[in-house]
Write a protein that binds this ligand. Structure first.
Ligand code: DQA
Length: 150
């Protein structure tokens, strides 16, 4: 039976492809979705890939994941740097979490250097563009295998 990974994308990531392409590249959110789903399939996993501009909706989805997902990959976008609510939801979820960013947030403005998501994450992947989502799926597959075989 395949296991579902919840892949969450925060605000403004729906604009990928046209949004500051010098920073975020030309790939669209649909391109990221396709690459993520394909990589999940290679591992025998499924991916539920979502985007919201709404912090509360992201919190609701993380809460639902307690019963529906094996793990969460999250690019919380700007909420990374502001949202205690998303941190609390991730910590309450009890599932493995991997944090992803397209850009290298540590090479950018100082306010992007702090992440409220990181304390809930097993690991962080940033700076590799869309490939980061593929790497995150690989890392999640590895984490889920370890969960099954202690
Ligand atoms: C981002 C980095 C954030 O600082 C920014 O607010 C985003 C995207 C990234 O993927 O590089 O919206 O999470």
């Amino acid at each position: 039976m395949s296991e579902a990974i919840l892949v969450l994308n925060g605000p403004n990531l729906n604009l990928l492809g046209t949004r500051e392409p010098d920073i975020y590249g030309k790939a669209t959110l649909d391109d990221l979705r396709a690459a993520t789903m394909a990589q999940a399939k290679r591992h025998g996993l499924t991916a539920d890939f979502r985007q919201s501009n709404d912090e509360g909706e992201l919190v609701d989805w993380i809460q639902d994941a307690r019963n529906t997902a094996a793990g969460i990959i999250i690019n919380a976008a700007a909420y990374t740097h502001t949202s205690v609510a998303i941190l609390d939801a991730l910590q309450a979820c009890g599932k493995p979490v991997i944090e992803v960013h397209l850009s290298n947030i540590f090479k950018r403005e100082a306010f992007r250097h702090h992440s409220y998501v990181s304390p809930a994450a097993t690991g962080v992947i940033c700076g590799f563009g869309p490939q980061g989502y593929v790497l995150a799926v690989d890392a999640m597959a590895d984490l889920l295998t370890k969960v099954k075989t202690p």
